[in-house]
Design a protein around this ligand. Structure first.
Ligand code: ATP
Ligand code: MG
Length: 252
């Protein structure tokens, strides 16, 4: 599936994390993270609560600074003061547990805001692309609805369409379904799985290990602010030898 419809070389690196350290006060949260993620690849990041998964995602898209190391997105250093952070964030879609849609804007306006303001796209064209994206996430009739009129699962699918509207190099998901009930979770995971098939580069923090097994190319397991294990999905589930991983798989 890698790079299937993107026309990009499947093996080039999209996100590179090199020896990243971060602390909050005296608390070491990232303690030397190394990670290399290829274009077109779907990576699930898992691990216990507090292992640093969300912090890592926030460092990758420049929402958080870090104390040591380097993160490159499309070979551009996130922490270089010369890097244009808004341009960087436009390249990385972000989907959070709580959707963060703008409540006073309808669905179409939520999706087209960044393309129009950041991407300087004409309204008619942005609207047309937004409608196509709504079709893709299974919400073709909701363009004029307001977030408050949608279910949690529908709001999350709008958030995914909004992330895709910037045609990002990658989309980072932080527990996109953990605030949703099982039916809504399924609807959202189906949309993410379809995106994965289309060759989108994705990093997904999730506890949905059944989904991870089906959709991920590779699994990253974090412990105490480090990558304890980074392996092909099949290996992770079938050959995990580390006691922490065995215990984690048993518990989830
Ligand atoms: N803004 C902050 N200020 C201080 N400490 C923080 C802050 N954000 C996170 N932490 C701490 O950093 C550690 C890692 O947090 P992080 O949110 O990255 O973990 P996580 O792996 O995403 O956990 P979860 O599975 O619960 O979402 C935790 O101990 C957390 O309490
Ligand atoms: Mg988290």
């Amino acid at each position: 599936m890698a790079g299937a419809q993107t026309g990009l070389k499947p093996n080039d690196v999209c996100i590179e994390v090199k020896d990243v350290h971060k602390r909050y006060g005296k608390l070491d949260v990232l303690t030397g993270v190394n990670l290399s993620l290829r274009r077109g690849q779907v990576t699930v990041v898992c691990g216990r609560s507090g292992s640093g998964k969300s912090t890592l995602l926030r460092c990758i898209n420049g929402l958080e600074s870090f104390h040591q190391g380097q993160i490159l997105v499309d070979a551009v250093s996130v922490s270089d003061p010369r890097t244009d952070l808004s341009a960087l964030r436009a390249k990385l879609g972000m989907v959070f547990q709580h959707f963060y849609l703008y409540p006073h804007m309808n669905v179409l306006a939520n999706i087209t805001l960044a393309p129009r303001i950041v991407g300087h796209e004409k309204r008619a064209q942005a609207d047309e692309r937004a409608r196509a994206l709504l079709e893709r996430v299974g919400l073709p009739t909701k363009a004029a609805s307001y977030p408050g009129e949608l279910s949690g699962g529908e709001q999350q699918r709008v958030a995914i369409a909004r992330a895709m509207a910037m045609e990002p190099a990658a989309i980072l998901f932080d527990e996109p379904t953990s605030a949703l009930d099982p039916q809504m979770t399924k609807d959202v995971l189906d949309v993410i799985a379809a995106l994965a098939k289309s060759g989108m580069t994705m990093v997904i923090v999730t506890h949905e290990m059944g989904f991870a097994r089906k959709v991920a190319d590779e699994i990253v397991f974090m412990e105490h602010g480090k990558v304890l294990n980074h392996t092909k999905t099949e290996d992770f589930f079938e050959n995990a030898a580390h006691p922490s991983i065995k215990l984690f798989l048993r518990d989830v």
